[in-house]
Write a protein that binds this ligand. Sequence first.
Ligand code: UT7
Length: 315
Amino acid sequence: MGSALPERVLTNHELAEMVDTSHEWIHSRTGIEARRIAAEGEFTSHLAERAARAALDHAGREARDVDLIVLATATPDNTFPSTAVEVQSRLGIERGAAFDLHAVCSGFVYALSTADALIAQGLAERALVIGAETFSRILDWTDRTTCVLFGDGAGAVVLERAGGAAGASPRGVLASSLRSNGTHKDKLYVDGGPSSTQTVGHLRMRGQEVFRFAVSATVDVVETVFAKAGVTADDVAWFVPHQANKRIIDASAKKLGIAPEKVVLTVQHHGNTSAASIPLALAEASSDGRIKEGDLVLLEAMGGGFTWGASLVRW
Ligand code: UT7
């Protein structure tokens, strides 16, 4: 595991000087106290590279051992080439494959499942799975309903074949479930893009509708991974959900029957960092000793599209 955050901390109090809001409103509605904002010239690829290097160090692996990079982001450095190949080149890797994966806030769960499937299929041996975002670049800083919610950051994991047949190892990704439903696409979107407007655009959201969906409709993927792995909520040691809003996380945990003390919460420090939020939370909870080898960890996310998904991981 590894993570990277920009140095600059933007507090709720500072935001209250920029738009008509208050620390009390933001904190009581979302749990967020502060978020990090990338510096000028600091791109998604820079955060991704730092997180990737930290993950390689932590795993005791060299960059040259990596033959797959799956980088989840909705805020790439450029329209193309992918941010993943930028990271690949900075790490000095000239073999294997690297690509970006776009599933917005569900990006890390999608990327982890994809890398796991590619390794299981024999297409790769050792992957860097990265979630990295600079959402500060697509926010409308005059819109108080969205600009107070998001932040920048990156997290990465090293995933490698454990030997034996696919699924033979008791550790790693035990089960995943991915979903999307594009009929909800106008509830959370960016109003620009290379083909439609030739601009980057700004994030737009119908917050309450996203909130309702995040709490109620995403239970299906968790039930699917529990059934696939033959476990129940009681077996879960740690619940590491996408960090969008503490109220969504609390309500989801309650609905799933997961005790509050098993929930990893980082939204207070980072805001919603989209695809980076789960690996940032995983990095924090593994480096401070909460998540231990053998623990059953449930990951769950929901985001623009809508997309949603869950993965069950034996640490
Ligand atoms: O990663 C997945 C994507 N994102 C999410 O999961 C976010 C999902 N949605 C949410 O987290 C919540 O819906 C929000 C935090 C965005 C909003 O919380 P809410 O409890 O649903 O508030 P609301 O939208 O119902 O707004 C309540 C009031 C409104 O005023 P009126 O109409 O009641 O007078 C808003 O205009 O709060 C007002 N408001 C604000 N006030 C102060 C909205 N934003 C702000 C703000 N500061 N920043």
